[in-house]
Design a protein around this ligand. Structure first.
Ligand code: PGA
Ligand code: ZN
Length: 424
């Protein structure tokens, strides 16, 4: 049984230049490993609490020294020199030590960093690749690689708010491998850059996850540009490359209305708008099409988008098992966006994943907009048999760490990619 010798924490910086938490876990056997945690910008209201120092004189209040001091103090004292039979036991010890429902005392950032560093150290001790350790947690063999969905254009909180919706992603539907997915995405991304150069005088910006943020002010313009970029790359929209859209609509929902493209829409009108886009563009997945407070309209959205377009819940679900159960019972969605740091431990994220899979949902394993060079995400997406991944664009090293690790795993396992169209 792995016995913990010591644990330590460190404040490091993420891809936005903001502090985050890294933990190192050393076992008595000598195996030692580290993990760092990401951070969202477009966060759901029910997410576990990332503990920030709130001291305006350091990093605008975003410092993580308190979370790190909890690792170096209480967590280290409680867990060191103890043996845990399973990941679930270790996670339970962390959750009990914190004692709050939202991990606000020790910080979900502190807890998750330790949870993953421990997983990695155990995998190392057992001589097992991390993806295999995750597959053993799930209790299912790995039979295929997940299909990437890759950020092309961004607006919303990720792109400077020039347009309300957050991300338009390319889904390389015709790819048979991770390698081909990246080749196809590169062709489309390059064509998109050329297209923007021809179309706009003003320079465009890149968003937090490396998506292009062109100076348009209508959401539909991003969909139109995406289709044109696919065609410019010599590919067929809907055949070679489809689209996924993350509206992150909680962020333009105020007092019961959606404020989109200069219009004020009630929920049924918003659903009508989304249905219209899904019928005119090759959209295979719509994430957070409605706001997280708008539970009562999600079932209608899900029904009207089926069967051609997935209804994917991110802010709505927050990778929270109880929220996922509620969504299953009310038919509010049919796909989970799984972000481990929304719930704050591997064991609880696994429960979320299991619930979704058992209900016949698709699972898209996702990074956050604030990331580090750590690549545990890729092992997790493969080990937990995610249907799709969402790791941002194909620029910026914190994103490429994930894609490059997926390439490595693909080479090691020689497994086919999940077939298209997706099946539960
Ligand atoms: P976040 O957004 O990581 O900034 O919260 C990602 C998403 O909404 O999917
Ligand atoms: Zn989202």
């Amino acid at each position: 049984m792995p016995r913990i010798r010591s644990i330590k924490g460190l404040e490091i910086l993420d891809s936005r230049g903001r502090p985050t938490v890294k933990a190192t876990c050393a076992l008595q056997s000598g195996a030692s490993a580290s993990a760092s945690v990401p951070s969202g910008a477009s966060t759901g209201g029910a997410e576990a609490v990332e503990l920030r120092d709130g001291d305006p004189s350091r990093y605008g209040g975003y410092g993580c020294l308190k979370a790190v001091s909890h690792i170096n103090g209480e967590i280290k004292r409680k867990l060191s020199d103890r043996a845990y039979a399973t990941q679930a036991e270790l996670d339970r010890a962390l959750i009990d030590l914190d004692g709050t429902a939202d991990k606000s005392r020790l910080g979900a950032n502190a807890i998750l960093a330790v949870s993953i560093a421990y997983a990695r150290a155990c995998a190392l001790e057992g001589g097992t690749p991390l993806y295999r350790y995750f597959a053993e947690m799930l209790g299912q063999p790995i039979t295929r690689m997940p299909r990437p969905t890759v950020n092309l254009f961004s607006g919303g909180l990720h792109g400077g708010q020039q347009v309300a919706i957050q991300d338009v992603l390319a889904v390389p539907a015709s790819a048979g491998s991770i390698r081909q997915s990246l080749e196809i995405t590169h062709a489309v991304y390059t064509a998109a850059v050329e297209l923007l150069a021809v179309r706009f005088d003003a320079p465009w910006l890149t968003a937090d996850e490396g998506g292009l943020a062109p100076p348009v002010n209508m959401a539909e313009a991003l969909l139109e540009l995406a289709v044109q970029a696919i065609e410019r790359a010599g590919l067929t929209p809907g055949l070679h490359v489809s689209l996924a859209v993350d509206l992150a609509s909680s962020h333009f929902f105020r007092n019961g209305d959606y404020h989109l493209d200069g219009k004020t829409l009630k929920s049924p009108e918003m659903i009508g708008q989304l249905r219209d886009w899904a019928s005119r563009y090759p959209i295979v997945s719509l994430e957070d099409g409605l706001a997280e407070e708008d539970w009562e309209h999600w079932p209608e959205l899900c029904e009207r988008l089926s069967p051609g377009t997935l209804t994917l819940g991110d802010d709505l679900l927050c990778t929270h098992p109880r929220r996922i159960e509620k969504a299953i019972h009310s038919n509010a969605c049919n796909a989970l966006l799984l972000k481990v740091n929304q719930i704050g431990s591997l064991t609880e994220a696994l429960e979320a994943c299991r619930l979704a899979r058992d209900a016949g949902w698709m699972v898209t394993v996702s990074v956050r907009s604030g990331e580090t060079e750590d690549d545990w995400f890729s092992d997790l997406a493969v080990g937990w048999s995610g249907h799709q991944t969402k790791a941002g664009s194909i620029t910026q090293s914190e994103r490429l760490a994930k894609y490059n690790r997926l390439l490595e795993i693909e080479q090691e396992l020689s497994l086919p990619m999940i077939p298209w169209p997706l099946m539960a």
